[in-house]
Design a protein around this ligand. Structure first.
Ligand code: BGC
Length: 476
């Protein structure tokens, strides 16, 4: 993403404008939208296995069909064009393009992404490709998955295969999506695939993800044209505490290390935080970090992807354990939900925290270019008798977060784009189909797509490169 020019908007007379060249997009992930789980040589992923276990996913929902994007991608790209998106963030299914987790590519699997990329480009939409959005081949999990250091090399090989085929047409590459989720939800609380709950394994996995990212960056640089940009999408969050005691401040520090600095520090400083290593010394001596690993992990990126949904609230115990956040090495931490205010499956809605987060990254890590790679909200959307999907709550959410983003840009944060989660209602991991995040509604029985009011409103944002008033326009 090229640096947009920093024009100072006159906010007295006009809606807040974004810098020229700002990227506007929406995102999906392969397992959440594609379906076609056994088409064209794809093998099962770790999420195929996980979702087959009774009780793991709400309502026993499965992603076999998802929203049928593998077959309907042309129609979906046409809808993207209708929304005026200039960027589409999607992920590649590893078991589709490298079914054995090693060795040669499955040409038919790569063909799908090649057709998708061509369709996007034909519609003037820039592809933003995520290599890993959590769905590695089950065969690699059978060999230990991310707990096995070999996985880092496997990832770099896979990155090289995808880059060799699509590198001529994809300008922006994201190595990993939210490695915190893979490490902590997948291996500490165990509520995500592969469903492991082991503290030492969690920290090993976190390091292997940091290393895999660095190896992936190097593999991409070797295969891509010099103009291509390389990124990673993290999900850092401001950490807050209800009462400002010394114990609670220490809880904030510990949670910040486990959620934020464990990924940001290796990435942008080439080191792990000393307090994180001390906090977890009773679990591991971090002997899995070998000479040279951190130099690899800090291989330069061009832009940092920030996925933001909600701040974290913690306090020093005693209190109920948080089933979502398992605070590895810090058992005394409890989750404190704020008593009031709107909240979602992710937590409270707090747009101002986005501005705070972006300023914090700039302050602590320097002026790294940023793209918001995910931000959005679920709501129980339905198609009304008039054919409209009235999701005024999502419009308000977007409005507030874009205003906060604009404030951060005015503060001097170098933000290059905003990619909304999600383009389309989809398979929301352990919530199955019960949560709808899309700008586009999907009827579960017919797969019929309907652009929601938020989609029409977002189209106005993109067309104006500015934040329009809250009233959504009529569909049309
Ligand atoms: C993930 C998405 C997910 C979204 C909404 C993010 O953490 O990257 O895959 O659907 O949140 O929960």
């Amino acid at each position: 993403m090229t640096a947009p020019s920093q024009t100072a908007p006159d906010r007295r007379h006009a809606p807040p404008e974004f810098p020229a060249g700002f990227r506007w997009g929406a995102a999906t992930a392969a397992f959440q939208v594609e379906g076609a789980l056994d088409a064209d040589g794809r093998t099962p992923s770790v999420w195929d296995t996980f979702t087959a276990v009774p009780g793991r996913v709400d309502n026993g929902d499965r992603a076999d069909l998802a929203v049928d994007h593998y077959r309907r991608y042309r129609d979906d790209v046409a809808l993207m064009a209708q929304l005026g998106l200039n960027t589409y963030r999607f992920s590649v299914s590893w078991p589709r393009v490298q079914p054995d987790g090693r060795g040669a590519a499955n040409v038919k699997g790569l063909d799908f992404y090649s057709r998708l990329v061509d369709e996007l480009l034909a519609n003037g939409i820039e592809p933003m490709l995520t290599l890993y959005h959590w769905d590695h081949p089950q065969v690699l999990q059978d060999a230990g998955g991310w707990a096995n250091r070999d996985m880092t090399e496997r990832f770099a090989d896979y990155a090289a295969l995808v880059a060799a085929r699509l590198g001529d047409r994809v300008p922006l590459w994201v190595t990993l999506n939210e490695p915190w989720c893979t490490a902590f939800l997948g291996h500490a609380s165990g509520i995500h695939a592969p469903g492991v709950a082991d503290d030492a394994t969690t920290l090993t996995v976190a390091h292997h993800l940091n290393l895999a990212h660095g190896l992936g960056v190097q593999a991409l640089r070797a295969a891509l044209p010099g103009t291509a940009q390389v990124s990673i999408a993290l999900n850092p969050a401001p950490v807050r505490t209800p009462v400002d005691t010394q114990e609670n401040q220490d809880a904030v520090r510990r949670a910040d290390a486990l959620r934020n600095r464990i990924f940001l520090d290796p990435l942008l400083r080439g080191q792990y935080p000393a307090d994180l290593i001390a906090d977890t010394a009773h679990i591991t001596d971090w002997g899995f970090v070998r000479d040279g690993d951190l130099a690899t992990a800090t291989s330069p990126i061009d832009v940092l992807g920030v996925n933001y949904y909600t701040p974290l609230y913690v306090a020093a115990g005693p209190g109920p354990a948080d089933p979502y956040n398992r605070w590895v090495g810090s058992d005394g931490l409890v989750h404190i939900a704020p008593a009031d205010g709107p909240s979602t499956i992710h937590g409270v809605v707090d747009a101002a925290a986005l501005r705070e987060l972006l300023n914090r990254i700039r302050h602590d890590y320097g002026p790294v270019p940023i793209v918001i790679a995910e931000n959005g909200v679920a709501s129980p959307d339905t198609v009304g008798p008039d054919g409209r999907v009235d999701d005024a709550g999502r419009v308000a959410y977007l409005h507030a977060h874009l205003a906060a983003l604009h404030d951060a840009i005015t503060d001097g944060v170098d933000v290059r784009g905003y990619v909304m989660w999600s383009l389309i209602d989809n398979f929301e991991w352990v919530y199955g189909y019960s949560q709808r995040f899309g700008l586009i509604h999907v009827d579960r029985d017919t797969q019929r797509r309907t652009v929601k009011d938020s989609g029409h409103w977002f189209r106005q944002v993109i067309a104006a490169n500015a934040i329009p008033p809250l009233d959504p326009p009529a569909a049309g």
